[in-house]
Ligand binder design. Structure first.
Ligand code: BV8
Ligand code: ZN
Length: 264
């Protein structure tokens, strides 16, 4: 038993992960902080500290001020395109290889999990790299010129505005993605919850559902959140530091258990 409580918590997390058959990882904006991207609700750096989410992430806001909303998303698109996956994203891509069944369920609209090498990623709130018509929902690839215009392009089919293929408040999540995410949530033995405040629903409900179905909850966050109370293990710190520590420990445990099998 290590005298450093953090080390003990890390060892408990690794032991839970090593013995799990199915692992789900719910991620939020916090896992992209070490790639230089703002979270939403952080008082210091939140992307919403000086904008009203109702105005920028809602149908009502888009219809009222399509130019403002469009420019806000294109600014975020440019920031995300310049960002690189951080050590936390890379650790999660490694975890997918080290354990039998691993799925990332993300609220993020950036593609950093995929660019880090993760193959099984469910985007609950869509993607800033995809575009669709606000009216007829036809999907579009946009040119650099269209993305840098001050107004969203017009759909040639129904003449409504084209928008990022992102889920705004009071919009339904994509049914297929939501069904798969709920299945992962119910079937996992361990749910990692990394970089999310847990305040947006239905994603915010997933740790509770997983727990009710017998999963152990491991939270990775520098702060306490709405999830902390139900977490079996809380690892207080940045995901870009903690996730690589989990991977390093897990590799040791796997090596020891393989060696143990060989000598027995
Ligand atoms: C829905 C757009 C059914 C994409 C987002 C009334 C009417 C209708 C619905 C509702 C209602 N009241 C409540 C609801 C439900 C509503 C909701 O949850 N509201 C909240 C505010 C209470 N949900 C919805 O509307 C959803 N749809 O329910 O449909 C329906 C339909 C019609 C009518 C009724 C019901 C849609 C939800 C999706 C909304 N879209 N954004 C975009 O612009 O990106 S939400 C937005 O929040 C983002 O998607 C983001 O991903 C999400 C969650 O935020 P987090 O990722 O957790 O980020 P946050 O800043 O909060 O926290 C960051 C964390 O990171 C912090 O804990 C911090 O400590 C930590 N951190 C910081 N640094 C690090 C770190 N962690 C690790 N390492 C670090 N280095
Ligand atoms: Zn259209």
């Amino acid at each position: 038993m290590n005298h450093d409580p953090m080390q003990n918590e890390l060892a408990r997390a690794v032991s839970l992960i090593h013995s799990a058959e199915n692992i789900a990882c719910l991620t939020g904006a916090g896992v992209s902080v070490e790639s230089g991207l703002a979270t939403f609700r952080d008082t210091r750096t939140g992307a919403w500290t000086n904008v009203d989410p109702e105005k920028y992430a809602s149908q009502k806001g888009f219809v009222a001020s399509p130019g403002d909303v469009w420019r806000w998303y294109m600014k975020r698109y440019n920031e995300m395109s310049r960002a690189q996956p951080n050590a936390g994203h890379i650790a999660l891509a490694e975890l997918e290889i080290l354990v039998p069944n691993f799925t990332i369920v993300t609220q993020n609209v950036d593609d950093l999990h995929e660019r880090a090498g993760s193959r099984y990623v469910l985007h609950l709130h869509g993607s800033i790299c995809r575009y669709r018509c606000n009216g007829c929902r036809r999907t579009y690839d946009l040119s650099v010129e269209e993305r840098s215009a001050s107004l969203p392009p017009m759909c040639p089919r129904c003449f409504d505005f084209i928008r990022p293929d992102i889920v705004w408040f009071e919009e339904h999540l994509p049914t297929g993605i939501l069904d798969m995410a709920l299945r992962m949530t119910r079937e996992c033995n361990v749910m990692l919850v990394a970089g999310t405040s847990g305040v947006v629903y239905p994603a915010g409900e997933f740790p509770t559902t997983a727990k009710q179905n017998g999963a152990a909850i491991i939270e990775i966050n520098p702060e306490t959140t709405a999830v902390t109370g139900m977490a079996d293990v809380s690892l207080r710190g940045p995901s870009g530091v903690i996730l690589p520590q989990i991977i390093a420990q897990l590799k040791k445990v796997i090596t020891q258990s393989v060696a143990g099998v060989q000598t027995s």
